[in-house]
Write a protein that binds this ligand. Structure first.
Ligand code: AMP
Length: 406
């Protein structure tokens, strides 16, 4: 049987991330990152499979648009020297990461004119992401029109939340008029780690109550019961919930009214304040990078220590809330840059949680790359599970395309 190669594309404002993988074996044939799209000295970092491992090359090219960037990626994948496929027809389908699908999409979707239109409609809700995803979809369609394309939405996994969870206590008309509600993000990651945790535990996902903590520069928690999202900490935008690298997470919105009045802040200054100057960076005054926070806290820097303590406290808060919401917890998962790599953070979060049955085994926690880090007899399985959004997007893409042929 020929390999089922899926090309995963994630188009940002000035970047294209790509990964070509055989979805059945999960083998990555190539992956890379096109940086500085729109500039003459754009860079393609290409990582590709060779006979005994992987090779890396870096190319500097004039890449004026996403279309030019994706064309180069498609050529590079078939390149005699650095390519991994003979022909573009060796690609079974293309999966696009799309941040916002609004209320309409509870699942990934085969891309046609209606889906493109719906993604366009959601530009208002995700102005920093959806326009670039759409540019990538249009470019791919023009370059390889006979290939199937699928949109995998970050919001789709959370569309199972109940009305009493996703509504804000604002006038109801604002929900009807402007779609003001909680949508949730990082859905692809939460879904992947929940599925993978169940697999590692050899349990049925349907039987588990899981709290997934995606802790990277962006951070969110998700309560997953019976395989579906019942609540998540991000909301109308990816600003709410946990404290993040440079984002506030939850705080009293009246602070903004006060500051607008006191400091005559403009809309864009408010946006910069809460999205880029806050979080770990805003509290520590040092960095958004968690490693720097730990390093400086260890050296006795009080603001770095405060940033760390606040970050941990918010995570604990959501674990408590979601345990109550699901009337229990079977599995607590840590994922993404901080969750996967920081035993210190995992230990701090799980400290004084024995009332809920949560504890970590120091040895397992310090040495774990993937798997259970709680003691054997612990009531709750605490786990470290590296996320793999590209793999989930590839699987979703293959599933949707296969569904067409049934
Ligand atoms: P992500 O957005 O998932 O790439 O995660 C980025 C965050 O992970 C940054 O705050 C990094 O400092 C953090 N991170 C990456 N590696 C480590 C590590 N070994 N220990 C602690 N934090 C890490």
């Amino acid at each position: 049987m020929s390999p089922k190669n899926i090309l995963v594309l994630n188009c940002g404002s000035s970047s294209v991330k790509y990964e070509l993988m055989d979805v059945d074996s999960s083998v990555i044939l190539a992956r890379g990152f096109v940086e500085k799209v729109g500039m003459e000295d754009a860079v393609i970092n290409h990582h590709y499979i060779v006979e005994y491992g992987y090779n890396d090359i870096k190319l500097v090219r004039d890449i004026s648009t996403h279309r030019v960037g994706i064309k180069m990626v498609i050529e590079l994948l078939q390149d005699e020297e650095h390519g991994v496929i003979n022909d573009i027809n060796d690609v079974y389908g293309i999966g696009h990461r799309v941040v916002h699908g609004g209320e309409g999409y509870t699942d990934s979707a085969y891309i046609d004119d209606k889906v493109k239109n719906d993604i366009k409609h959601c530009i208002e809700l995700a102005p920093l992401h959806n326009p670039h995803h759409l540019a990538g979809i249009d470019a791919t369609e023009k370059l390889i029109p006979d290939h199937h394309q699928v949109a995998v939405f970050d919001t789709a996994f959370h569309q199972t939340m109940e009305e009493d969870t996703y509504m804000y206590a604002l006038p109801y008309e604002l929900y009807k008029k402007h779609g003001i509600r909680k949508y949730g993000f990082h859905g692809t990651s939460h879904k992947y780690v929940a599925q993978h945790a169940a697999q590692l535990l050899e349990k049925r996902l349907d039987d588990l109550k899981i709290i997934s903590c995606h802790l990277g520069n962006g951070a969110s928690a998700c309560a997953i019961s019976g395989g579906v999202s019942v609540d998540t900490s991000m909301g109308f935008t990816p600003l709410s919930g946990l404290m993040m690298g440079t984002r506030t997470g939850d705080f009293d919105p009246a602070v903004l009214l006060y500051l607008i009045n006191k400091e005559s802040l403009s809309l864009s200054e408010v946006s910069t304040l809460i999205n880029r100057h806050s979080g770990l960076y805003g509290i520590s005054g040092i960095s958004r990078d968690f490693r720097e926070i730990i390093k400086n806290a260890d050296k006795g820097n009080k603001r770095a220590q405060l940033a760390l303590d606040m970050f941990v406290a918010r995570i604990k808060h959501y674990i408590g809330a979601y345990t109550a919401k699901m009337n229990g917890i079977d599995v607590l998962v840590f994922t993404a840059g901080i969750g996967e790599n920081s035993p210190v953070l995992r230990r701090m979060v799980c400290e004084n949680m024995d009332y809920l049955g949560i504890e970590v085994c120091e040895e397992a926690n310090n040495s774990c790359d993937e798997g259970v880090i709680s003691p054997e007899n612990s009531g709750v399985k605490v786990m470290c599970v590296p996320t793999n959004e590209e793999l989930l997007i590839a699987r979703e893409t293959a599933r949707i395309i296969e569904g067409l042929n049934k």
